[in-house]
Design a protein around this ligand. Structure first.
Ligand code: FAD
Length: 541
């Protein structure tokens, strides 16, 4: 609940925002001095944006939205909320792109920090690339990136130096702070780890308003807490991201399987040989690996399935009709001028090791940048999306996504119990279903992110969208049934981009052994439980 004085402030600003003559009579002295009031908005458009997200399911109305012009603005706001000047602390949530699906970046009655606003005040310095090993104090290439920056902007800025981050998300219109608060996963994760495993250092404003520079050597507690920390411990205002030499081009290949065990065996094999050279001296490692289900739910060319040439749609559809589910293995190999002549032969060596249905390989040749921005390109063509001053806007559908991490030992049970017995039989349009494995040794258990306790685990993403022939209720029921199946089959599943309603669920179902540490870190870095209330871990009223 906001302190009375703050309510005065926001009411005042509702009528006066944008007009510098606003009286600051009601402001407490600290805020008057900082002129912070002029950066708070509670006009309908600011409130509407801050009370919605990509999921389009949860709505939480904040009292105001801070449009910071500097990191100090954020620190001042948090200090004020944490100080005794505020008669009761109020909640604060950083909002990156609002691409959460369950209100995680919202703050009911509190203040949402529109991180995008920082971007306009970086004077073009939001992404600083250090490409000379001599200049780099660590002897490594890196980029110092504002927490509000979009990954697509990081890509463009680093490519100018012939460099790029090693680990990505599929979709790049997400903020650095937003994905580092979760993990940031994609087809590179098996090889390089999630994005949180590729950060050297961060600047964070904690829940006490303290500015802390942290790394594996300095303020380590903050560093490990914040990575995968669901926004609970601090707002990331800078991250030092590991870079490598950027490849020029990408061979992007899909192969179809009707047999799940062959599909999973090949996926697991490919992630186990990363970097190994076979007897013919070909590099048989892949640089990217994912997988998806093809079902006759919705049009074949929906979203990423538009990959397939239209001349092949009929025979692929026939295959799906015959088997119900076709498993599609997706790999990529990067190449440049020096490997131009060998990449095709390397792919042939790879193909010989795999058990896909003969004749069902499909290949594309992309520039590296086009490959990384593939999802946005397809969306632009197929989903009603438009740019606005507030960023990318999405369609009006609801998106009750369910993303899971599953131990490898149960992936076959999951295929029969969930893919076949639930998803296929119900025959509701589910949207894209992703399934691919990762190596746990690329994750750092000291970080707040949670994974299953096996060396290899799968991510399965049900990227649902209501609106075709499926309602929110139908998709919710299906999500619940999937989780119930896991529970009944004793599959120790973890949610990725988690959402739970009670502290008990967070403790028992999500964090498990990590709960104590998570709770202690909260007490240390955000003792008044100010930050990211939309996660409903500590603020579930
Ligand atoms: P927001 O939704 O704005 O915020 C998420 C959480 O992080 C909130 O709790 C917020 O308070 C907190 N937060 C935001 N900024 C900061 C900051 N600077 N410091 C501290 N906390 C902060 N995820 C993947 O891993 N891989 C994918 O391939 C992938 N693809 C996606 C594609 C789409 C179309 C969508 C909608 C989501 C996808 N996601 C993916 C999920 C996405 O990574 C998360 O939802 C992420 O949080 C979104 O970033 P954001 O900037 O929109 O964060």
């Amino acid at each position: 609940i906001l302190p009375l004085v703050f309510i005065h402030l926001t009411h005042l600003m509702s009528s006066t925002f944008g007009k510098p003559k606003a009286s600051t009579t009601f402001l407490p002295p600290k805020l008057q001095n900082l002129h912070l009031a002029y950066r708070l908005r509670d006009d309908p458009s600011a409130i509407k944006l801050a009370s919605s997200d990509y999921g389009n399911i949860v709505k939480e109305i904040p009292a105001a939205v801070l449009y910071p012009t500097s990191i100090n603005d954020i620190a001042s706001l948090i200090k004020f909320a944490d100080s005794n000047n505020a008669s009761a602390p109020f909640n604060i949530a950083a909002r990156g792109q609002g691409h959460s699906v369950h209100g995680q970046a919202m703050a009911r009655n509190g203040v949402v920090v529109n991180m995008n606003s920082l971007k306009n005040n970086r004077n073009g310095n939001g992404v600083k690339v250090v490409s000379s090993a001599a200049v780099s104090s660590m002897g490594r290439w890196y980029a110092d990136v504002g927490g509000e920056q979009l990954w697509v902007d990081v890509l463009n800025a680093t490519l100018e130096h012939g460099l790029a981050p090693v680990s990505w998300t599929d979709y790049l219109y997400l903020t650095v702070g937003g994905t580092l608060s979760n993990a940031g996963i994609s087809g590179q994760t098996f090889r390089y780890g999630p994005q949180i495993s590729n950060v050297y250092e961060m600047d964070v404003i904690t829940g006490k308003g303290d500015f802390v520079t942290c790394s594996p050597k300095k303020n380590t507690d903050v560093f490990y807490a914040v990575l995968g920390g669901l926004g609970q411990f601090g707002i990331i205002v800078r991250a030092r991201i590991a870079l490598q030499s950027a490849p020029k081009r990408v061979k992007w290949v899909r192969m179809l399987y009707n047999d799940f065990s062959a599909f999973a065996r090949d996926q697991e094999h490919l992630i186990s040989i990363s970097g190994r050279v076979d007897e013919q001296k070909y590099m048989i490692a892949v640089d990217y690996l994912e997988g998806l289900l093809l079902m006759n739910h919705g049009p074949l060319d929906h979203w990423r399935t538009s990959f397939f040439p239209s001349k092949d749609h009929f025979r692929i559809s026939s295959l799906i009709t015959k088997y119900g589910i076709i498993y599609c293995l997706e790999i990529a190999k990067y190449y440049d001028d020096s490997t131009l002549n060998s990449v095709d032969e390397e792919l042939q060596v790879l193909f010989q090791m795999l058990s896909f249905i003969p004749g069902y390989t499909f290949e594309k040749d992309f520039s590296y940048a086009d490959f990384l921005t593939r999802v946005a390109q397809i969306e632009d063509q197929q989903i009603r999306v438009h740019e606005s001053s507030q960023g990318r806007q999405w369609d009006d559908n609801l998106h009750p996504w369910l993303n899971l991490f599953l131990p490898k030992s149960h992936i076959s049970d999951f295929n029969s119990g969930v893919f076949k017995d639930i998803v296929l039989k119900r025959n509701i349009t589910t949207g894209l279903v992703l399934v691919y494995p990762m190596n746990r040794n690329k994750w750092d258990d000291r970080m707040s992110a949670v994974t299953p306790d096996e060396d290899v685990f799968y991510t399965v993403g049900f990227l649902h969208s209501s609106g075709f022939d499926s309602s929110l209720e139908m998709l919710d029921v299906q999500n619940k049934d999937i989780l119930q199946f896991c529970y009944n089959a004793s599959i120790k599943v973890k949610k990725y981009l988690p959402n739970y309603k009670t502290k008990e669920e967070w403790k028992n179902l999500h964090f498990g052994m990590k709960w104590e540490t998570f709770q202690e870190r909260k007490a240390q870095f955000d003792p008044k439980m100010i930050l990211s209330p939309g996660q409903r871990i500590f603020n579930n009223n």
